[in-house]
Design a protein around this ligand. Sequence first.
Ligand SMILES: NC(=O)c1ccc[n+]([C@@H]2O[C@H](COP(=O)([O-])OP(=O)(O)OC[C@H]3O[C@@H](n4cnc5c(N)ncnc54)[C@H](OP(=O)(O)O)[C@@H]3O)[C@@H](O)[C@H]2O)c1
Length: 285
Amino acid sequence: MTQPTPILGSMRFGSWGANLSPAGVAALLEAALDAGIDTLDLADIYGDHGTNPLVGNALALRPGLRQRLRLLAKIGIVKADSPGNARGLPYYDLSVRHLRAALDASLRDLRTDYVDVLMLHRFDPLLEPAAIADWVREERKAGRIGAFGVSNFGPHALALFDGVLDVAAHQIELSLANSAALADGTLDATRARGAEVQAWSPLGGGGLLQPPIPLRDALHAIGDELGLDAASLLLRWVATIPDTSVVIGSTNADRIRAAATACAAPLPKDAWYALWQAARGFPVP
Ligand SMILES: NC(=O)c1ccc[n+]([C@@H]2O[C@H](COP(=O)([O-])OP(=O)(O)OC[C@H]3O[C@@H](n4cnc5c(N)ncnc54)[C@H](OP(=O)(O)O)[C@@H]3O)[C@@H](O)[C@H]2O)c1
């Protein structure tokens, strides 16, 4: 079985992390491509709406770079301080009116005519699947989006699109810091629909590697056995889950290269379960 190739996340490119320059982003994207990673995860809210423009500037610096990449664009969150949010409270808006405007802004900011996958960033109890499906078909016909995906949906929420619109990908939090999706039906519901699982924060946002390292003893023991450092082991644990692409959060080219290698092979089953047990604190029945 071949492992799905990881995805590079952009959440920490700008003011929410490394504050890279456009040239720095372009260099990172080229390093990712050299490591075999051609998919970039984006969201309009990242960097307080500053990261998509940063990526757009990076793409503008290197002609041909955009065509080598598969862009995943998430929309649907309105932050407390998002432009035009008069009430100043965060909310989700999956109305066609908002989605169309957010796609317009994403395409403009990214300086591209289309995104390869358009994703709804968060589940919104007010969403209307039929209206979204009609809009997605319209945008597809116009060539502005490729596939459709969702993020942070529960197992039952996915059913809202059954028979209405194909969901190609579901982006969820999944790591040894938070493996709830394995047990609450979210993973199975995603796989059962043939959608790609995309695992965000595979290192728990970096927390799994910060002292006091929560799983230190297990990571040392199994890492020594398999010849893997802690970050590689944590990433390989996620990459071992079938149909799952790891969304890498690093802004460091060496770490991205190491992550691509880590995600290219699965863990032995007993090692995978040993780590899961260490994280959960109890064995399987
Ligand atoms: N759909 C959603 O709701 C959602 C939510 C959150 C995130 N995401 C996506 O998922 C992506 C990944 O999330 P994430 O950034 O939280 O991923 P993560 O991999 O769990 O955390 C990344 C953080 O860990 C640090 N790190 C990486 N390797 C390390 C090492 N060996 N030692 C110490 N620290 C290390 C990174 O720092 P360096 O940069 O210095 O390496 C970075 O600060 C995001 O970019 C975004 O695209 C989606």
